[in-house]
Design a binder for this molecule. Structure first.
Ligand code: ADP
Ligand code: MG
Length: 288
């Protein structure tokens, strides 16, 4: 039978948008020594605005570049895509319909548009393909920068900015006070990762992380004796959520992530995770 305090606590949690799928996970929440948060949409708002558009091609205006990007991003669920589409609407740009859309896991997207293969990708992808990064692309540490390629030629880049969630400061403080090690893992570039990590006072961060690397990061920490919680939102996060001692699926995360996770956090709010740990500890202390 489920002890009454646990049953009540679980019901109260559900009301707050915290679904505990597995009671052991709730019990285990008080043993957590390291939490790995993802960045976009969890520690930050996940609400990107376009800050700069730069065509490096003589035959293409900045607006034309933005229109190409927005046309292809129409098929993506990433918060970056919403930011780019919003910017194209504000300028009332006309968009075209792409075909053969695909995600390039952890690195960007691609599709065919007007007979050209368009790729919108991370700086890491560009370096892998041995492109020179255009001057001034990384002017500001807090900007996420994506690059646009057409049939393998670099057309230019877009810079976007996202804000830190108000609640993240409090959550980090609460968790730190409990001696928990706070780590961020993001697919975003090194500069942004460092800026967010410094601003929030995190213990460590991993940048330009591919979804398949997350599981390994957790494993390494576990081998050092850490009891690891991790948040994730995507299909590709399922192996890492399963590897974690406490896997937390956040937000509008995919069904796959939610099914693998021990806990589902509807609002992606890091404060809820801090509360979960306090709550889990209090609940089990009451029973002992
Ligand atoms: P995170 O969730 O930490 O932002 P992702 O793995 O979702 O990491 O994305 C990693 C990187 O891949 C992004 O920072 C961006 O450079 C690139 N990327 C992913 N999706 C898109 C997209 N729809 N448009 C442009 N770039 C993208
Ligand atoms: Mg993501």
């Amino acid at each position: 039978a489920v002890p009454l305090v646990v049953a009540i606590s679980t019901a109260v949690s559900a009301k707050k948008g915290l679904l505990i799928r597995n009671r052991t996970a709730f019990e285990n929440s008080r043993k957590i020594t390291t939490i790995i948060f993802d960045k976009t949409g969890t520690l930050t708002k996940g609400d990107f605005g376009v800050t700069r558009v730069k065509s490096i091609s003589d035959s293409l205006s900045d607006d034309e570049l933005l229109a190409i990007a927005a046309s292809v991003e129409g098929n993506s669920e990433h918060p970056i895509a919403s930011g780019i589409i919003k910017a194209s609407r504000e300028k009332e740009l006309e968009l075209d319909e792409p075909s053969n859309f695909e995600n390039i896991t952890g690195k960007g997207i691609q599709a065919d548009l007007n007979g050209k293969k368009i790729e919108i990708v991370s700086p890491g992808y560009l370096k892998e393909k041995n492109f020179d990064i255009p001057e001034n692309a990384f002017k500001n540490d807090s900007e996420t920068v994506v690059f646009i390629l057409s049939d393998g030629d670099l057309l230019g880049y877009l810079a976007l900015a996202d804000g830190i969630r108000e609640e993240s400061y409090d959550a980090v403080k609460t968790l730190k006070d409990r001696g928990i090690n706070i780590v961020m893992a993001t697919g975003d570039n090194e500069k942004v990762a460092k800026a967010v990590s410094n601003e929030l006072g995190l213990d460590n961060y991993y940048a330009e992380v591919l979804p398949e690397d997350k599981q390994k990061i957790i494993q390494d920490l576990q081998e050092k004796g850490e009891f690891v919680a991790m948040t994730g939102d995507g299909v590709n996060d399922a192996p890492a959520l399963a590897q974690a001692n406490v896997g937390i699926a956040v937000g509008s995360g995919t069904d796959v992530a939610a099914e693998t996770a021990d806990i589902v956090l509807v609002n992606s709010n890091p404060k809820d995770i801090a509360n979960l740990i306090l709550f889990g500890t209090a609940t089990y202390n009451k029973m002992m």
